[in-house]
Design a binder for this molecule. Structure first.
Ligand SMILES: NC(=O)c1ccc[n+]([C@@H]2O[C@H](COP(=O)([O-])OP(=O)(O)OC[C@H]3O[C@@H](n4cnc5c(N)ncnc54)[C@H](OP(=O)(O)O)[C@@H]3O)[C@@H](O)[C@H]2O)c1
Length: 447
């Protein structure tokens, strides 16, 4: 690279499009000035070098060859169905200039969620509805969240600039090195959060916020309201970490339940009032009942104002039984319906009889709640899946996330621990998440 004048640093990020567009993001830093510019250049053929003229002379830069990386799933199965691919060009839907109202992001980190493992197993209804062919949900590039660098801004988008680091939410397509997304789903990274932490924020925190809304505990309408008694299952996980913190930020009394004893410390660090572990602790249920405290009205039943349960079959009935008057059971997942990775029931091919027996048995055991009981005991069951709500009341979705970002920027929301896996090792990330032993968030790194 020829360097003229007082130039200190010169970076070019170049991407070839099949129609010979080269999208440029150029950063020039000299002793006296800093310049960042972007643009699309039409080239007759793929170029390997590019000459850029500057007032101080000219510089020839090597254009890095275009590579697009993705983790794709072509059929249902175990973690071996995650295929990492490196392609020489972008898929057609990402080609060309950024469309109106959209932002193009060079993805550097992509969050891994438990839901992605259900997508991979062909058990995720919204994947079947929105992705793949013939209602199968395959092929699919999974993933709901990214952090990266803006490389293109469409007409009509304000407040976003090329080169800026952002986080974004998308219904699928996030396990890839490039994402094109509507601008209202792109947000600034909270102060002091790194890219990996940012990529792990939106899906889990938005799920937690919506669950708390259904539990009638967030945002608190009136600070004179009494603080409520809440119980959070899997409190050291991605969603669990944010449920505990958001509930504590509202001043509620929070009991966190975790599987392994080793997960307790993390939930304590989020200021949960009581933390109870299940493995090797046959008294965990009794401890959780006791933690709810005395009845609010003498003679009335004791119990929690809201219980947040994504376990499914293993705890749903118990959770419902332990609601107090007007209590709400918020159901948002069913992970205990699936075998843990490494267990005899889990199969890498997902075709084994044992796997299907396990699933069918747990499906049949999943409780149904009787409206007559609910009415008589003033207890309710609320349930949701955010991926069906993407296009629904977008302004509420954005407002909810802005509340979360505000707390993060004020230092009132801590990032849970984040474990980073290189994108080609996506299979290991799924294996770890399905083992039931992970804490916090898991993230894939794209170069
Ligand atoms: N409805 C929605 O819109 C929505 C959105 C996002 C996530 N979710 C759901 O929320 C739950 C949490 O998601 P996440 O991504 O934050 O995962 P996570 O909580 O970080 O990880 C899963 C945790 O669940 C527990 N677990 C219990 N049975 C398990 C099993 N058979 N296999 C694996 N883990 C098991 C384990 O914790 P303990 O042993 O400590 O309990 C494990 O660490 C999932 O069920 C997910 O599907 C729902």
């Amino acid at each position: 690279m020829a360097i003229h004048g007082t130039m200190m640093r010169f970076d070019v990020a170049g991407f070839h499009y099949p129609e010979h567009y080269l999208w440029l993001s150029v950063t020039v830093e000299t002793h006296s000035c800093f310049l960042r510019c972007t643009g699309a250049v039409r080239c007759r053929r793929q170029v390997q070098t590019l000459e850029i003229r500057l007032p101080s002379g000219s510089v020839a830069v090597e254009v890095p060859p275009m590579t697009y990386k993705q983790v794709v799933i072509r059929s249902a199965g175990g973690s071996d169905r995650l295929e990492f691919e490196s392609l020489a060009s972008l898929p057609p839907e990402l080609e060309g200039p950024t469309p109106e109202g959209c932002v193009d992001i060079r993805v550097l980190r992509s969050g891994v969620n438990f839901a992605d493992t259900a997508v991979r197993q062909g058990l995720y209804a919204s994947a079947k509805k929105y992705e793949g062919v013939n209602g199968t949900g395959f092929p699919i590039v999974p993933g709901f969240e990214v952090a990266g660098e803006v490389v293109g801004v469409g007409e009509g988008v304000s407040g976003r600039t090329v080169g800026e680091q952002v986080l974004a939410v998308s219904r699928f397509k996030c396990y890839a090195s490039r994402l094109r997304v509507a601008s209202h789903l792109v947000f600034s990274i909270p102060k002091g959060w790194n890219l990996s932490e940012a990529a792990g924020l939106p899906a889990a925190a938005l799920t937690a916020a919506y669950a708390l809304e259904l539990g009638d505990v967030w945002p608190r309408k009136d600070h004179r309201d009494r603080s409520k008694r809440l119980l959070v299952h899997s409190a050291a996980g991605g969603v669990g970490s944010f449920l505990v913190q958001l509930a504590k930020a509202q001043g509620h009394f929070v009991v966190g339940i975790v599987g392994r004893q080793s997960k307790r410390e993390l939930v304590q660090s989020f200021n949960a009032d009581v933390v109870i572990h299940k493995e090797g602790n046959p008294k965990w249920k009794a401890e959780a009942v006791e933690a709810a405290g005395a009845p609010l009205v003498p003679g009335e039943r004791s119990g929690y104002d809201a219980i947040f349960d994504a376990n499914g079959v293993s705890t749903l009935s118990w959770s419902f039984e332990n609601l107090g008057p007007c209590g709400r059971l918020v159901v948002y997942g069913f992970h205990s319906m699936l075998p843990k990775s490494g267990s005899v029931w889990a199969s890498r091919s997902c075709c084994s009889v044992l796997y299907w027996l396990y699933l069918a048995y747990n499906y049949l055991r999943t409780p149904a709640f009787n409206p007559l009981d609910m009415t008589a005991s003033n207890r309710s069951v609320m349930a949701f899946n955010l991926s069906f709500l993407f296009d629904f009341e977008v302004h509420k979705f954005v407002a909810r996330f802005e509340n979360i970002l505000k707390l993060a920027n004020e230092g009132k929301l801590k990032t849970p621990p984040v474990r980073v896996f290189p994108a080609p090792e996506a299979r290991s990330a799924h294996d770890v998440l399905e083992s039931g032993n992970s804490v916090g968030k898991l993230v894939l790194e794209f170069e």
